[in-house]
Design a protein around this ligand. Structure first.
Ligand code: URP
Ligand code: ZN
Ligand code: ZN
Length: 486
């Protein structure tokens, strides 16, 4: 065997499928050897007592992006990717957001430019489709897909991004025709607007009322509706940031009878609750995200959905908005929940929370952790097997976890640019110590080891099945419709 550039030896290697005690050999950017014993490479890492895992993939994060409300996120592609890497993530798929009146082609070029000189780990993009005109549907989306952007997010809420059901069907139809995956933010906009208006008229503008306005029924209704639209055309959809028991059960039921419904949840729905929004003044704005934080029973339902496979992917939905006039509190202490940027930061805390509360507390196996944090993202979004696993020929994207390190969260530990963490004071056990990306050591000894701009854009392939056995099932009504409308 040629001399290995890097070896990681004596660790416990876990993939989504199995856990083994073995050594890993890396040459250049790739894993080239996996064996019980390998000779030390030019650089040798002793991973005794550590888990050696595929680097995480975070397929839902908002980086250097203008929100639907027109608010710029605090993290650019440098701070966002550095923060991701310190949390054990080696690939991110943030959004290139198309706003009404702008073209997809210009949007994509713009986001490439933002990321190219700053990202320290690899990245792709999903598109947010704000305005599905004929030109966008028939020319610009197919071109973006050919350029490796094989997934789009659509919104059922937010005034500037909300699509009507008719428009959602148009987007689903393009996804079917061109081989892309549609991600959906499922909340009923009219319910939320109506409740919010009446709350604010009565002086209930404090952050905790954000949770009241975004009632779980608004999420449940929209979830049910997008499932019906998806089944009508037999087009897979992935429902993002699921927060409530009812939406989870609706998704589970649809999956059980064979509908191609996939789902994502996020760390905030596991360890935070609506009580976090109930702070003096406008402080609770730091915990306002959509869908909102719910209660302990909802947390349990989300954990159950992670364990039983209702959720395929666990993402951060990192939405980093500063607690100042630029984002969370545009009118200072007079700001109502309707005026606050929605979202919580969490790109760095995503995997440590799942490891600590999932694996170490016995709710998930280490293999489920890998599947939910990396492998299923790679399969779902056309990155597998280059990313999301440890196998010969895969990119050497690896996170070495020490399960014994326990830390109390303090914002000074974070590497993002937000200025606060919603997990302040929480205690989590198990942290990534060394992180590699394409064979380069990115994080070691608490320090960043790579240059800004050294991450690469990854051209993604077509979305694939999560499980090897999973095949597209076509509902009866869809089959009939397809034979009539091609
Ligand atoms: O509140 C959230 N989730 N903000 C980020 C934007 C989105 O809808 O995912
Ligand atoms: Zn969303
Ligand atoms: Zn989001």
């Amino acid at each position: 065997m040629d001399k290995l550039d890097l070896t990681i030896r004596h660790g416990t290697v876990a993939t989504a499928a199995e856990t083994t005690r073995c050594d890993i050999g890396i040459v250049g950017e790739k894993v080239v050897a996996i064996a019980e014993h390998l000779p030390a490479g030019a650089r040798d890492i002793d991973a005794s007592g550590r888990y050696v895992l595929p680097g995480g993939i975070d397929s839902h994060c908002h980086i250097e992006q203008l929100s639907g409300m027109g608010i710029m996120s605090a993290d650019d592609f440098y701070s966002g990717t550095v923060s991701a890497a310190f949390g054990g993530t080696t690939t991110i798929i943030p959004f290139a957001a198309q706003h009404r009146g702008t073209s997809v082609t210009t949007t994509v070029a713009d986001y490439h430019e933002r990321a190219r000189t700053k990202a320290v780990i690899d990245y792709g993009f999903h598109l947010i489709i704000g305005e599905p005109t004929d030109k966008i549907l028939n020319e610009e989306l197919p071109a973006a897909i050919k350029g490796g952007i094989t997934s789009f997010k659509v919104y059922m809420t937010y005034p500037k991004w909300k699509l009507e059901d008719y428009q959602l069907l148009e987007v689903l139809n393009v996804a079917q025709r061109e081989g892309a995956l549609v991600m959906v933010h499922a909340e009923n906009d009219d319910m939320i607007r109506w409740i919010a208006k009446h709350l604010i008229e009565r002086g209930h503008g404090a952050p905790k009322f954000h949770g009241v306005a975004h009632d779980a029924l608004a999420e449940a209704e929209a979830t049910h509706r997008i499932i019906a639209l998806s089944r009508l055309l037999s087009v897979p959809v992935l429902i993002v940031h699921v927060s409530s028991p009812e939406a989870t059960n609706t998704i589970r039921a649809a999956q059980t009878f064979g509908a191609q419904i996939f789902a994502e949840t996020c760390p905030q729905y596991l360890v935070l609750t609506a009580e976090d929004m109930d702070k003096p003044g406008v402080e609770g704005a730091k915990w306002c995200c959509s869908p909102p934080l719910r209660d302990k029973a909802a947390q349990e339902a989300i954990w159950a959905g992670l364990a039983n496979g209702t959720f395929q992917v666990f993402s951060s939905d990192h939405a980093p908005y500063k607690f100042d006039a630029t984002a969370k509190i545009p009118r200072g202490d007079q700001t109502t929940f309707k005026e606050m940027a929605n979202g919580v930061p969490g790109i760095e805390m995503r995997l440590p929370i799942l490891f600590s509360e999932g694996v170490l507390k016995g709710r998930l196996s280490i293999n489920q952790f890998v599947a939910l944090g990396a492998t299923n993202h790679a399969r779902m979004y056309g990155l597998y097997p280059r990313k999301g696993t440890i196998a010969i020929g895969s990119d050497a994207d690896i996170a070495i976890w020490n399960p014994d390190i326990e830390q109390r969260i303090d914002y000074s530990m974070m590497h993002d640019a937000v200025g606060y963490t919603p997990y302040e004071g929480h205690v989590y056990k198990g942290w990534p110590e060394i992180v590699t990306s394409r064979g380069r050591i990115v994080v070691e000894g608490g320090a960043l080891k790579v240059e800004r701009g050294s991450g690469q854009f990854i051209v993604r392939g077509q979305p694939g099945p999560v499980a090897a056995t999973q095949t597209a099932k076509i509902d009866g009504p869809a089959r009939k419709l397809r034979s009539l409308i091609r």
